[in-house]
Design a protein around this ligand. Sequence first.
Ligand code: PMP
Length: 431
Amino acid sequence: RSNYRNLIIGADTKIPLYKGQYTTAINFDNAASTPPFVSVMEEINSFAAMYSSIHRGTGYKSQFSSKIFEEARSIVLKFVNADPTRDTVIFVKNTTEAINKLSYRLWDGNKKSVVLSTWMEHHSNDLPWRNKFQVDYVQTKPSGKLDLEDLENRLARHQGNVKLVTVTGASNVTGYVNPIHKIAELAHRYNAKILVDGAQLVPHHSINMNPKNPLQRIDYLAFSAHKMYAPFGTGVLIGPYETFEKGVSESVGGGTAETVTHDWVVWEKTPHNEEAGTPNLMGVIALVAAIKTLTSLEMKNIHDYENQLTNYAYSKLKSIPGITLYSHTSPAELRIAVIPFNIKGVHHEQVGALLSNHAGIAVRTGCFCTQPYIQKLLSITSRQMEFYRKRKNVPRPGVVRLSFGLYNDFSEIDVLAQHLERIAKNPTSYR
Ligand code: PMP
């Protein structure tokens, strides 16, 4: 059993199955959202007594809340080893909002500069760039891993016109971890900045925005609290103050202006000019509590344990006839606990439904907001996608995804393997 299981709320919740029996829920969908840490819920509960609207209140509780909210920024910076003299923390609602925000700040309005994204990005790190930049996509290899040679070729081809290289720290489809410092070095050599979409990496592996070699520094980082055991609608955008100090945020209103007349506005200092409206104080409290717990457990231990789970699941799945795995790494290679697969002759949605209805196992099926990458992994063209789009009654292609959290057990993987074996043999055996 996982040593971390007691740290989680709801790890042993009983849920109903299709035929009315009850079972303990098994959650293998942690890449979407994680359940809360007990410590997070306790902190929310105990902080509630001091909770008050922040920044403009004169009352004691309001001032206390404001102080805690501002202190949270340095805790977040420290967690990812950002540079507090250079970098600011902007609290947003999630990674998607963080990336959209940055896309507006970097936009030069003439759509001439290039953003180099990749074939393995979540839509949230692809679509925000499309209407503001020329977006070019770094290829993935047949294995699904990022092609670094292609990255360098593209940087060279655009002749210094690449403003940003934007890349996921770890894939939400294959679990591959990208060599972000190597990528940073390449980007900086060509005078480009780098954004790391940390939604999947940050909850599962330590991240260092400031390694010794300054060329390898990560300029921007985005991540979401709801994937790191603090499911309360908070995300983070980290980057240099100077990016956000000039000009006007894409989202303005209460809290963003220092002086407003009907004729002119003086904007608040960064990061306040970027946080329009009443901030999500409880969400930030939850994020800080989760960071404290993750730090005390040590990210290395968490990663090691999750890696063992992943290797175990791989070995189980590999031995089941009819299963196709879409990601492969050697055990020594860095990866996060995400495994995509299909069962021959059984649609991915059916696999998900059978696992849920008959075994109480939650997985995710489909394309996980990463459609181009899945299309590539499954060798499906844009033209074929048109076909699927037009024929609503034809099931769409996709995969089944397992994603583990620190509280998952080896025994849960055994239960999964038993059911997958049964589904692979005969999916109608459950009727
Ligand atoms: N990037 C990646 C790699 C993700 O996995 C996700 C969430 N599935 C996101 C971005 C978007 O995160 P959020 O929904 O919290 O904005």
